[in-house]
Structure formats: structure tokens, C-alpha cells
Design a protein around this ligand. Structure first.
Ligand code: 1HN
Length: 351
């Protein structure tokens, strides 16, 4: 017997089920829970604590060298609802990555799309197809599908950031490709502005005329700087008077999400504010950049602080409470919404 064997009290039907299972066939009429009235999420609401991840990551820094083979010192968030898979949600990989003083994570590329969101420090350069991108706290750095990337830390301080990838989606589609890169000895320049930013980083301006528009389906702007994100949030809050504001990171050429599978947003909830309830289809990973508070996801409540990572399942009512005091709560969220929108599966509700 190779597949699930169904059972019946009627001997003839039971015999049919036995024969079907031997031929890898299953009876739809006996199945339960296939088409549910609402999404039945396997992903569980979960919080990975920054304090715990930092302690374990620093220990990994002492024990685990980075070189060919290991490639990256990454602690993967494994959602307890996903049977041991190293995925934060059913559709998103999330992890913290540690790069020690003078360390280098060698070049490679893969068909899954990735991004880095920096929690602290400013000592690492990521090379993306040869363009050196400086990484500092609050910055969002893209490494789109099939771009070569490597990380360099020329300083004597360690650094850590959050990696999010669409790997579960690409794996589900049986389309994962990976290859090691050529450039072992590239010295990253220490120019704080990448070529990507010099071409595409001026607000409202994109190259015209002689420069070919990019043919790719991802943003040609590969770095979104904290100073810009912070100003956009501050201005929106000032102009609207709202205590819960968000910005979306977009492709400056097409106005779409930064990458075809991943939506990135930053939300600022003023100290002391409790947000309305909201839910959407698809899954989300949220990282706390600043502030502290409490998040309610379905029946679960978690205290949150700088560096914590949260998994938000599909269709779970969610609200956030920012602690009173001086610091606003800044939350960086990645979702699979572009995939759901492309398939007309995206739904959202607010209470
Ligand atoms: C990857 O390439 C990086 O380049 C980090 O830093 C995490 C997780 C799964 C697959 C590839 C990186 C990754 C990854």
C-alpha cells in the first residue's frame, strides 16, 4: 500500500478502498476538509524572540565558520504548524543572518527572490551583480531572483539582519535553481551609494532616452534607505494626523511591488495607539524595527520588541498595540500579496 487507505464498515466498499489504495487512488466522496468555507491555515501565529535568536546566533558565530558549503550563517524560523519545515509561514522563508568581523559570505544566485532587512549595524556591503550596496539599520536591500549576491563585513564588528525569501513558493512550484558565483576576491567599494540608487534613487525620476529601461520583472532600485522611509512615515502622520500609517516599497519604473512574489511595507503606530482589526489572505512575516507593544493574531497575543519576528497566518484577525511612552512602533512586513493578487485570491477585511 502506498497511499492513504480509507476504511468503511461495509465490507465491499472497504475492499474497494483497499484496492484503490494499492493503485494510489483515493475516494473524493470520503474526503473531509478539502474545500473549507474559509482558509484553513497550517501556518500558526508565532513569535521568534530577538533575545533568543541573538544569543544562539552569537554562539553559532563562535562555532560555525562561513565558507563554501555552509555559505551563510543563518538561523531559519521554523513555524510550529509546518511539520519541521524551515519556513516561517507556508509561503515565506524568514531568518536572521550573522556575519562576523572580517567575514565574507561567498557569491551565489538562486531562482527564489530574497530581501534583507537590517536590524542594526552599518558595517556590511552586499554585492548584487557586482554593484556594492551598503547595509545599515532600517534599510531594505533586494536580491531579486537569479542575481549574484555576496556579503562582506570589512569591519571588526559583527552584524545581523533579517532575510526573507519566497523559497516555499518556488519550492512548491518545483522551480528551485541554485549556482555558486565566480567572484571570490571582489573588494566591495565603500561608496555609500550603489549604481542602482544613482540610476533610480532620485524621487520621481527614472532614466529616459538613451538608457534602456530594465527588462526584468523586479525593481531596478535595490536599496531603500531608512532616512527616506522614516521621512515618508513622519510626513504622512503629520499630514493626516493619523496614529497608524504605512508606506509600501515599490518599483520606481513600474509602480508595482518590489519583486513579483513579495510585497514590503513599513508601518508606524504611534506610542499608546491600538489599531483596528484587520485580516487578509496569504501569509505575512513582520519584524519589529523600533518600539515595543503587543500584537493580537487570532487567539494569540505576543509582547513584541526590537528584532522580534512574527508569523501571521492567512485570514487571522490581527491588531497591534504600541506601548505608551516616547517611542513609536515601527513594523516591517513582507507578504506574498503580489502572488495572491495575480491569481485574484487576495481578500482583505477591516473591522
Ligand atoms: C540566501 O542566499 C541567503 O544570500 C540567506 O544571504 C538566506 C535562505 C535560503 C536560501 C538562500 C543570502 C537564504 C539564502
Amino acid at each position: 500500500m502506498t497511499t492513504v487507505r480509507y476504511h468503511s464498515d461495509e465490507p465491499e466498499l472497504d475492499d474497494l478502498y483497499e484496492q484503490m489504495s494499492e493503485k494510489d487512488l483515493q475516494p473524493l466522496w470520503a474526503m473531509k476538509g478539502l474545500l473549507t468555507p474559509e482558509p484553513a491555515a497550517r501556518t500558526r501565529a508565532h513569535r521568534w524572540s530577538a533575545k533568543q535568536m541573538r544569543a544562539l546566533g552569537e554562539r553559532a558565530g563562535e562555532l560555525v565558520p562561513i565558507d563554501r558549503g555552509g555559505d551563510r550563517r543563518v538561523l531559519a524560523c521554523a513555524n510550529p504548524g509546518l511539520n519541521g519545515l524551515p519556513y516561517a509561514t507556508s509561503t515565506l522563508w524568514a531568518a536572521v543572518q550573522f556575519l562576523g568581523p572580517r567575514e565574507m559570505a561567498p557569491a551565489h544566485r538562486h531562482s527564489p527572490s530574497a530581501l534583507r532587512f537590517v536590524l542594526e549595524g552599518d558595517s556590511v556591503w552586499t554585492m548584487i551583480n557586482g554593484d556594492p550596496l551598503h547595509m545599515a539599520a532600517g534599510d531594505l536591500i533586494l536580491t531579486p531572483a537569479w542575481t549574484f549576491h555576496e556579503h562582506h563585513n570589512p569591519s571588526d564588528r559583527g552584524m545581523l539582519w533579517v532575510d526573507v525569501l519566497d523559497l516555499p513558493v518556488v519550492e512548491f512550484l518545483e522551480s528551485v535553481f541554485f549556482e555558486e558565483g565566480p567572484s571570490e576576491d571582489v573588494d566591495p567599494k565603500t561608496d555609500p551609494q550603489s549604481a542602482s540608487e544613482r540610476y533610480y534613487g532620485a524621487p520621481g525620476l527614472i532614466p529616459a532616452g538613451q538608457v534602456e529601461p530594465p527588462a526584468e520583472n523586479y525593481s531596478p532600485l535595490l536599496a531603500y534607505r531608512w532616512a527616506d522611509t522614516d521621512a515618508a512615515l513622519r510626513h504622512q502622520a503629520e499630514l493626516t494626523g493619523k496614529t497608524d500609517v504605512s508606506v509600501r516599497f515599490t518599483d520606481p519604473v513600474r509602480g508595482r511591488d518590489v519583486m513579483p512574489t513579495l510585497r514590503c511595507e513599513m508601518r508606524r503606530i504611534s506610542a499608546g495607539t491600538e489599531t483596528a482589526l484587520q485580516r487578509q489572505t496569504g501569509t505575512r512575516v513582520t519584524t519589529v524595527l523600533h518600539g515595543s507593544g503587543r500584537i493580537t493574531i487570532g487567539d494569540n497575543e505576543f509582547d513584541i520588541e526590537h528584532g522580534d519576528i512574527l508569523a501571521i497566518p492567512s485570514w487571522a484577525w490581527t491588531s497591534v498595540q504600541a506601548n505608551p511612552g516616547s517611542e513609536n512602533l515601527d513594523l516591517f512586513t513582507t507578504s506574498d500579496a503580489p502572488v495572491l493578487e495575480a491569481l485574484k485570491l487576495f481578500r482583505e477585511e477591516r473591522s
